[in-house]
Design a protein. Structure first.
Length: 147
């Protein structure tokens, strides 16, 4: 998974790969320099990742068998402020904190496979950028902590 997300990231040179946590990949637009089009950039990146995932799964099904067709990807996007810092210890690393990170995580964990799930704040950013046609309201309601 991380190979194709990294290849998508290289196509979007304006994104910052932050970390991987378990099977979760964290990338951000607008750091260290804020950018108004961060939601558009991240939505394109997320869509590119979904396309690459489908291509990768198809190749794996061909070589490893149909059980690999169960592999999938969920994406959660949220727009807002974050706190950034370097955690010390044996393996010091750059990390992002705050409600924005928590909301993006909840968007992903409560989302369906093969979909990009966005918060209302990110939807508003996309609509303000003239990309409202990219947004489809979810039919079911999600109850998530803090939302």
């Amino acid at each position: 998974m991380f190979l194709f997300t990294t290849s998508c990231l290289h196509c979007c040179c304006c994104l910052l790969s932050v970390e991987t946590v378990g099977d979760c990949y964290v990338a951000v637009a607008g750091l260290p320099v804020p950018r108004k089009d961060h939601a558009v950039v991240m939505a394109k990146f997320a869509t590119d990742c979904l396309v690459k995932m489908k291509e990768t799964v198809h190749r794996l099904e061909t070589s490893l068998g149909p059980d690999t067709g169960d592999l999938n990807l969920r994406v959660g996007l949220h727009s807002g402020p974050v706190t950034a810092g370097v955690l010390r210890g044996d393996k010091g690393r750059f990390q992002l904190f705050g409600d924005t990170m928590n909301t993006a995580s909840r968007m992903e964990s409560n989302g369906g496979k093969g979909r990009v799930h966005i918060s209302g704040d990110t939807a508003a950013c996309l609509e303000a950028a003239g990309k409202g046609k990219w947004v489809t309201e979810r039919e079911d309601q999600v109850i998530a902590k803090g939302m």
